[in-house]
Ligand binder design. Structure first.
Ligand code: ATP
Ligand code: MG
Length: 298
């Protein structure tokens, strides 16, 4: 990672306001903790660190303008968490060194809690990714982000991330009836330069008004939709739709694929890149499965 230019932390420490820059690293002082944010040339956050990775010199460090480094909407999440009476557990699991819980709060919000030992220095930060992706997602495709905040509790780092709760049915598997809405939803997200990178049906929901929405963008990636690196991500996404969404059932997958490509109207080169990426992703995974002694159709 190279340091070409350093953002003005007063203007850009809050990611959604990041301006378009050349590949760069910004450094901010958040309370007593140094943070590093790495952006690509579109101003997209590509990584975040608690302390600078090797070889990165601190260029500048300042207190961010808003209290506790949280913009207004994130303060609102603090209020929601502090005042909420009804917490309904939707799921909990250990992922690496992080204990994750998902709650429905007050029947209106989803709050994800990430508990990480203070001593841990390497951990994934899906809340940063998810907030940024939900902020970028086109209207009506996904819940709204309420932002995130971090505190220390019982000697642990506790991060809360919030988004709106949507009433509807979470899917288990994509069936023939989902082909059309899923193809349109993913095509729309991809045209906005967002891939979910987790096209598992459990991350999709049919809202009460019949709309198909994506509810989990914790692994999302984004980029310029007309550039080949993004086409590679799109191909990966389609491979997962085939494998995990349609569980290798060819008839609905083929209808989905045709519908998706019709929706996108890719240039011939882009379509070829997406197809190549999807095919390669599938082939490499199948080889890996066989080498692990598992069925290639898992
Ligand atoms: N906005 C929402 N509206 C309705 N239900 C939701 C919403 N967000 C989450 N859920 C429910 O909570 C579950 C877990 O949410 P989410 O997928 O975001 O968390 P996760 O930590 O990624 O968990 P998992 O590993 O199960 O995917 C979803 O599968 C869904 O059942
Ligand atoms: Mg999920």
């Amino acid at each position: 990672m190279g340091v070409r230019r350093v953002h003005d932390p007063d203007r850009t420490w809050y990611l959604a306001r990041a301006e378009s820059v050349r590949p760069a690293v910004i450094l901010t002082l958040n309370g007593a903790r140094r943070e590093v944010r790495a952006f690509d040339e579109d101003g997209t956050l590509i990584d975040a660190y608690d302390s600078p990775p090797d070889g990165v010199a601190i260029q500048r460090a300042r207190q961010p303008p808003e209290a506790c480094g949280m913009p207004a909407q994130m303060t609102a999440l603090r209020d929601i968490v502090a005042g909420a009476g009804a917490w309904e557990l939707l799921g909990a699991r250990q992922a690496g060194n992080t204990w994750r819980e998902v709650h429905r709060v007050e029947g209106r919000y989803v709050v994800k809690s990430f508990t990480i030992p203070l001593a841990a220095t390497h951990y994934r930060r899906p809340w940063v990714r998810e907030h940024e992706a939900l902020t970028r997602a086109p209207a009506g495709c996904a819940p709204e982000s309420l932002g995130w905040f971090e505190e220390t509790r019982d000697g642990q780092r506790l991060i809360r991330f919030g988004r709106t709760y949507l009433s509807g049915a979470v899917l288990d598997v994509f069936t023939e009836t989902h082909v059309e809405p899923v193809a349109r939803l993913l095509a729309r997200l991809h045209r906005h330069g967002i891939v979910t990178d987790d096209a598992n049906p459990r991350n999709f929901l049919i809202a009460l008004d019949g709309r198909m929405l994506v509810i989990d963008l914790g692994r999302a990636h984004w980029g310029r939709p007309d550039r080949w690196p993004f086409h590679w991500w799109v191909g990966r996404e389609l491979a997962k739709v085939r494998r995990r969404g349609f569980q290798w059932r060819d008839p609905p997958w083929q209808v989905f694929r045709d519908r998706y490509f019709r929706e996108q109207a890719f240039s011939p080169a882009a379509a070829a890149a997406v197809r190549a990426s999807a095919g390669l992703t599938t082939a490499l995974r199948q080889v890996r499965m066989v080498l692990q002694g598992r069925s290639p159709w898992t």
